[in-house]
Ligand binder design. Structure first.
Ligand SMILES: [Zn+2]
Length: 181
């Protein structure tokens, strides 16, 4: 089963817009048509949101919040380990993977799970910061603040994070722009 809401804006207006296909279609002088195909298989499908125009792989709509959140936690734990061993580059790459998994997890949150949504958005933004991806952190935070779907505590923490992305940029240190507790 696929989630039918946009991971970015929540709209239920998703279109499969690209992908590669394998098939068996008779070739005619004027070309070929999918309706004449014996079968059609597709892979690497790309989905576009009709509301916000965000594009993402169809695979990002498969699974559960917990599955993607767990994957994010595993990447973040590996990143912390790499950071402790002084491998800042590996740590940043792993934090970026953790952030991507957390952003994917956002797509699987039901509209009434606002607390989970808030926590997951904060986590994704904080992970982008730790990955040194301050522009991505900022655009993600701004997008969700504009969405008006976040609970108050999450909006407050995001604003704190946003302020610290400005100062953290020059240092670029792993572990920068932590949310205020
Ligand atoms: Zn959208």
């Amino acid at each position: 089963m696929w989630r039918l809401s946009c991971p970015t804006c929540g709209a239920e207006e998703l279109w499969v817009v690209a992908g590669s296909f394998s098939s068996r279609i008779p070739l005619a002088p004027d070309g070929f048509a999918f309706c004449d195909a014996k079968f059609v298989d597709t892979e690497d499908e790309l989905v576009e949101c009709g509301a916000c125009a965000a594009r993402f792989p169809l695979a990002a709509l498969d699974g559960t919040w917990l599955q993607h959140h767990k994957a994010s936690e595993a990447h973040a734990a590996a990143a912390e380990l790499a950071s402790r061993h002084g491998d800042a580059a590996a740590a940043k790459a792993l934090y970026a993977q953790a952030a991507e998994a957390e952003e994917t997890a956002l797509a699987f949150i039901e509209p009434d799970q606002t607390r989970t949504l808030g926590v997951t958005v904060i986590s994704a933004v904080a992970l982008r910061c730790k990955a040194g991806q301050f522009e991505l952190a900022e655009s993600l935070a701004v997008r969700w603040l504009r969405s008006k779907r976040l609970p108050g505590f999450a909006a407050d923490q995001l604003r704190v994070l946003l302020r610290s992305t400005g100062s953290g940029e020059t240092e670029g240190s792993v572990g920068g722009c932590e949310p205020a507790r």
